[in-house]
Design a protein around this ligand. Structure first.
Ligand code: UD1
Length: 375
């Protein structure tokens, strides 16, 4: 960028900030109020912390179906602030209407609330279509009545299926979903795109996460899987702490360097930060389109065995594992092309796989400490 371009960009940013400030004064408030649905969940709670640290007003909706009220205490401990909290089920349309009547000054929504277990979605598809799609429609319906509103959607790299090319860019085709869960993410994105087309005041971004892992470095919040973990990292930490006998590595005969599957593991702290960056872009009206999608990953693929080795390196713990059969529905490899997020959002993941695994381990140790105290 030459100095002339830089000065234009700088002027534009000043304009945007003045515009935002004037708008806030008109609305008689200086802070944006953000609703975080599923705000006590894994990614939701870390994003709430990031929002509070950046001085947003936050209201959380969570029905505690896959989370715990204690997470609110963790958020308060980290930020010294307690967000407003509504224990509400978004499947109840009337409750959603009443919520938006009670909080008429919501400027934006970050929508995490959804079910996410692939296997469960195959067994109980209607639960997934109701939990993930009805709720989305009800929230969007209220939001689209506003003159202006911003919406961030929790999507997934699962929308790409097994992509033909690596790294996966946002232009890669969305392939037929492998599960009802994956289908809800594809349909969810379409619902938002169609709604934005006819409501220009509604500005939305879908964030396609690769594999979120890790925990807040304080160890106060993290992932709390109910029952046996389905995802790799919680299974690793629970095995290392002695809750599980050994990890099963699902297949070592894939066409990869060491035969195990490759994924793009991203620290939840990086993910949380990306939500703030995307939200700001919408609030400050810097987006060219009123609907857009971004990949959120590190751009680096790691195999299951590499994850195990890195875990052993950073924690000094030996991890018992065995090679097992392939897991049905697993794809060989998925890692992100991060160029769009970098160029447009000016966001890049900062943490390493080792950082993320270290934080997940710290969190697991806190969880067991607490469980031992309680028993
Ligand atoms: C899974 C979901 C994906 C979802 C994501 C959310 C499936 C098929 N996909 O992704 O749709 O968006 O979680 O976080 O469930 N592994 C083992 N042993 C284990 C667990 C996992 O070897 O006990 C391997 C898997 O084969 C895979 C890798 O670890 O290669 C990552 O698995 P996981 O954490 O479940 O994530 P994904 O399958 O990538």
């Amino acid at each position: 960028m030459n100095p002339f371009q830089a000065s234009i960009r700088c002027t534009e940013e000043v304009d945007v900030n003045i515009f935002t400030i004037l708008q806030r004064i008109r609305k008689n408030k200086m802070k944006s109020k953000i609703l975080v649905t599923g705000g006590l969940g894994f990614i939701g709670s870390h994003t709430v912390v990031a929002l509070l640290e950046q001085d947003y007003d936050v209201v959380i909706i969570d029905n505690l179906s896959n989370s715990s009220i204690e997470v609110l205490g963790g958020i308060t401990k980290i930020t010294q602030k307690t967000p407003e909290f509504e224990n509400l089920d978004l499947r109840n349309k009337d409750s959603v209407i009443q919520f938006f009547e009670k909080y008429p000054d919501i400027d934006g929504v970050i929508h995490f609330a959804a079910s996410k277990a692939v296997g469960e979605s195959v067994e109980n598809p209607l639960l997934y279509y109701e939990n993930n799609l009805n709720t989305l429609v009800y929230v969007l319906k209220q939001l689209s009545k506003k003159e202006e509103a911003c919406f961030i959607f929790s999507s997934s790299c699962t929308v790409y299926g097994q992509a033909d090319e690596m790294p996966i860019s946002e232009n890669a085709p969305v392939k037929k979903a492998m599960s009802p869960y994956g289908n809800t993410k594809q349909i969810g994105e379409e619902i938002i795109r169609d709604t934005c087309k006819v409501h220009p005041g509604l500005k939305a971004i879908s964030l396609r996460y690769f594999n979120p892992i890790g925990a807040h470095p304080s160890g106060e919040i993290g992932e709390l899987p109910i029952g046996t973990p389905q995802n790799l990292v919680p299974f690793i930490t629970q095995t290392a702490i002695g809750k599980r006998e050994r990890l099963s590595v699902y297949g070592d005969d894939y066409p990869t360097g060491d035969g195990t599957c490759i994924r793009d593991y991203i620290h939840v702290m990086d993910l949380a930060e990306a939500h703030i960056v995307a939200l700001k872009r919408l609030l400050e009206k810097r987006s060219e389109n009123n609907y857009d999608v971004f990949n959120l990953g590190t751009g680096k693929g790691n195999s299951v065995l590499e994850v195990i080795n890195t875990f052993e390196e950073v924690t000094g713990k030996k991890l018992p594992y065995k090679i097992a059969d392939r897991r049905e529905g697993d794809i060989t490899a998925a890692y992100a092309d991060t160029n769009k997020a970098h160029n447009v959002l000016n966001w890049k993941a900062k943490f390493t796989l080792g950082d993320a695994l270290e934080s997940a381990w710290k969190w697991e140790k806190k969880v067991i400490e607490k469980e031992n105290k309680e028993s």
